[in-house]
Design a protein around this ligand. Structure first.
Ligand code: ADP
Length: 152
C-alpha cells in the first residue's frame, strides 16, 4: 500500500494545503495529514483546534487520515509504514529549504522519497503565516480558508 505523509503545522490549514492533498490523491492509497508538534514553536491555534479543522475539511475523503506526531517526521513515517512525504513548492525559498529537508529525510528515514507539487498560480501566494497576520490584524481571512473553517 502506498502511504504518504503530508506533514505541517497547519496553523491554520489553507486552500493551498487542500489543493495539494486533492492533487496527490490519485498517486497514493492513503494520505496522512499529520500535524508536527514542535515544542519550541509558537502557534496561533491550539493543536486540538487545528486537528479538528483538518478532520472536518477531509471528512469527505476516505483516503485521507488526520494525525499528529512529535519528534522526527522520518521516524513517524517509519512508525506508520509510510514511504512517501508530500510537500508543496511555492517559490525558490521553499525549494532551498525543502531540498535540504528532503535529502535529510531520505537518509534518516531509510529511503523515504519526498514528492513535491508546484503550487497552482492561484494559490502560490497563500501561506499560513500570511493568513495568521490577516486574522491577527482583524481582517477577513475566509478567501484563503476552506469553507469548513469559520474564524470570526
Ligand atoms: P510547515 O510549518 O512545515 O512549513 P505548513 O503548514 O506551513 O507547514 O506547510 C506545509 C506544506 O504545505 C509545505 O510543504 C508547504 O510548502 C505547503 N504549502 C503551504 N501553502 C501552500 C500553497 N498555497 N500551495 C502549495 N503548497 C503549500
Amino acid at each position: 500500500m502506498k502511504i504518504a505523509v503530508f506533514p505541517g503545522s497547519f496553523d491554520p490549514i489553507t486552500v493551498g494545503h487542500v489543493d495539494l492533498v486533492k492533487r496527490a490523491l490519485p498517486l497514493f492509497d492513503k494520505i496522512v495529514v499529520a500535524v508536527g508538534i514542535n515544542s519550541t514553536k509558537k502557534y496561533l491555534f491550539p493543536l486540538e483546534q487545528r486537528l479538528e479543522w483538518l478532520r472536518q475539511v477531509f471528512a469527505k475523503y476516505p483516503q485521507v487520515e488526520v494525525d499528529s506526531f512529535q519528534n522526527l517526521t522520518a521516524h513517524y513515517c517509519q512508525k506508520i509504514g509510510a514511504n512517501y512525504l508530500l510537500r508543496g513548492l511555492r517559490n525558490a525559498s521553499d525549494f532551498d529549504y525543502e531540498k535540504t529537508i528532503s535529502q535529510l529525510n531520505h537518509i534518516v528515514g531509510g529511503g523515504i522519497e519526498t514528492v513535491f507539487f508546484i503550487a497552482q498560480p492561484e494559490y502560490s501566494h497563500i501561506s499560513s503565516t500570511i493568513v495568521r497576520e490577516i486574522i491577527i490584524g482583524g481582517a477577513d481571512a475566509s478567501p484563503f480558508l476552506p469553507p469548513e473553517i469559520n474564524i470570526k
